[in-house]
Ligand binder design. Sequence first.
Ligand SMILES: [Zn+2]
Length: 253
Amino acid sequence: MRKLSLALLAGVALVGCGVDPQAENQEIVSNLVKAGFPADDIQIVDNQVYVGRDAHVTLEASLEMLQADKGAEQYRTTNLVSTSVKKICINPTSAFNSYSRLSAGLDAAIANYNSLGLSFTMVRGPATGCNANISARTMSGAGGSAGFPSGGLPYGIINIGTGLQSYSSGVNKHVISHELGHCIGFRHSDYYNRSISCGGSATNEGTAGVGAILIPGTPSTATSGGSVMNSCFSSSSTGTWTSSDRTALYYLY
Ligand SMILES: [Zn+2]
């Protein structure tokens, strides 16, 4: 992903009326910095603001993060999906459905969640009676992106890399379960040191407390392969929840 420096952003002038996407992004970045996210972890790609490389942040979500109490340091965002949401429909685009591994991975990810008997059920759309909808779309590469909940609803889009067509069904299940995990409020389990799952040098997505709340009963330290919500996946992943993933999901939902 390309990185755009904050200095450059700050130079964007406010022009005209209505919603100026650049001005809005500037406000989101400003809110995230106030909420404690390190500036170099905030990226703007295709006019959307991301933290932690794959989590899209809307203006509304950034405002809610500002208002939240500071928590202790598996990690969740301050915003969660309301318990009144019982049926979450995941609606793949026709492009998404044209990739057999992605399409099967979506079914497997939905089954992954439904196997736990949580407060909500996920359903592959189109479907009726949905309390919330998430659009499953494609992107380039072999990763994914999503966002965090706001207003009691899950984030409404997951983008899944079409390069995953050449990975195993387990990896597809893993990545789609992971991106849906962001939509319902999970941060990366190794957010404080991405090198645990990604290798390379240690990078921290932001430890300021806001938006990275340790879920009771889960370890505060991440291990490679220890969570579907780690920043990077292994090409040998089966996509099955780990015990701490299950503990976190049961606790929240
Ligand atoms: Zn992620």
